[in-house]
Ligand binder design. Structure first.
Ligand SMILES: NC(=O)c1ccc[n+]([C@@H]2O[C@H](COP(=O)([O-])OP(=O)(O)OC[C@H]3O[C@@H](n4cnc5c(N)ncnc54)[C@H](OP(=O)(O)O)[C@@H]3O)[C@@H](O)[C@H]2O)c1
Length: 366
């Protein structure tokens, strides 16, 4: 079968699209013919080695193995069951299925405490076990859910990882409510596009930030109430956005802010626009180890809440599938490309050109 794997960290030339042996499924595994998979910012992070060699070198994620090599990237995988191991009871050959980008280990202490996204002793696709960037992938039975009738594989591949995490951010971390105003920095990307879509569906007023004036129309069409084009290098454009967000909230400030870019100046902008008692969720990773620009006085004078997020829970992932089936959400697919063009997909993402997700078809053009 054909797959894209990395054997070392580096630029896009380390993504090797080649013939590899078929996966050998175990007794509890489901072997799936992958019809659609995705490329996300995490794939880029893993590829360049920021995770293993960055400021957290040697520490990784508590409860999780270090990122191993070789690796097959692609958090999302959607397809049809090819065969099942003898211990599998829920799936049969021919079933349409979608992989959980964030499976849980129901027997670990964290899941028992209701914190399933923090599950220990579990491998995550494309992080510590092979992901979806292949024609076939074998994963344990409890890593799969049925793909609802009518949901296109490319929609699920574009939505599962981005919407489930965004759902958790909006509902659990931010406690988003009807009529809240939420600032979203990096709103045009895979996560940002999902977050805008969900926030609008929840009746949240979205203030979207982008660095790129060409993405303004896209964000307006997506339902953002206001779009600010902000150049983080230009202090004046940052100050202007802060003033306008304060003005549109009658001086009160936004109820919440979600930062997807990792740019510390945009994170500071988020803090400066927040209302008393508001909440910020810094999601975008900065792999230089630069601390977040927060003072003790920000916490005191605003009684600011800063909430982290680490993936999603099973229920977030179930809800996303149901929203897809109801056509209540519309994942933005920037492009659909053959798996063999994974390197180009990474380049588009790194250049900041994409809106939404790039989907890869493993059987297209082979
Ligand atoms: N904690 C978690 O559980 C979790 C889960 C998933 C993702 N994430 C993180 O969420 C972040 C976003 O992921 P994604 O897949 O949405 O990425 P993405 O598709 O690349 O989108 C990021 C957006 O941020 C802006 N951006 C990119 N590079 C930037 C830079 N150097 N400076 C300022 N802005 C920049 C771009 O928007 P404009 O061009 O419009 O400005 C881009 O569309 C990543 O850091 C990822 O690791 C965290």
């Amino acid at each position: 079968m054909k797959a894209v794997r990395i054997f070392k960290h580096g630029d896009t030339s380390v993504l090797l699209f080649k013939e590899y042996p078929m996966p050998a499924p175990g007794a509890e595994d489901v072997l799936v013919r992958v019809l659609a998979t995705s490329v996300s910012r995490w794939d880029v992070t893993y590829r360049v080695g920021a995770w293993n060699n960055g400021p957290y070198k040697g520490r990784g994620n508590p409860g999780r193995r270090m990122f191993p090599l070789p690796m097959q990237l692609g958090r999302d995988a959607v397809g049809v069951v090819e065969s099942t191991g003898p211990a599998v009871t829920r799936f049969r050959t021919g079933d349409r299925v979608v992989a959980l980008p964030h499976p849980e280990n129901p027997w670990c202490t964290e899941a028992i405490r209701g914190l399933g996204n923090l599950s220990t002793e579990i491998d995550l696709p494309a992080h510590t076990t092979f992901g979806g960037n292949a024609q076939f992938v074998a994963l344990p039975e409890h890593y799969w859910l049925p793909l609802p009738d009518g949901v296109a594989p490319q929609s699920a591949a574009a939505a599962m990882w981005s919407y489930s995490t965004s759902h958790r951010i909006l509902v659990d971390r931010l406690g988003g409510r009807l009529n809240d105003t939420v600032v979203i920095a990096g709103a045009s990307g895979g996560m940002g596009s999902a977050c805008v879509d969900l926030a609008v569906a929840m009746g949240v007023r979205v203030v979207a930030l982008t660095r790129n004036s060409e993405k303004r129309g896209y964000l307006e069409r997506r339902g953002a109430s206001v779009v600010f084009v902000v150049d983080p290098d230009d202090a004046e454009s940052v100050d202007l956005a802060v003033a306008e967000i304060r003005s549109m909230t009658h001086g009160r400030g936004a109820d919440g802010a979600i930062e997807f870019t990792g740019d510390r100046r945009l994170l500071r902008l988020c803090i400066d626009t927040i209302c008393l008692g508001g909440t910020i969720v810094p999601v975008g990773a900065d792999w230089t180890g630069t601390p977040i620009p927060l003072t003790d006085q920000d916490l005191t004078r605003l009684e600011l809440n800063v909430r982290g997020v680490r993936g999603s829970r099973l229920d977030d992932q179930r809800i996303v599938l149901e929203l897809l089936a109801r056509e209540a959400i519309t994942p933005e697919i920037f492009d659909v490309m053959p798996l063999g063009q994974a390197a180009q997909a990474h380049q588009i993402l790194e250049a900041g050109e994409a809106t939404g997700r790039i989907v890869l078809y493993p059987w297209y053009g082979t």
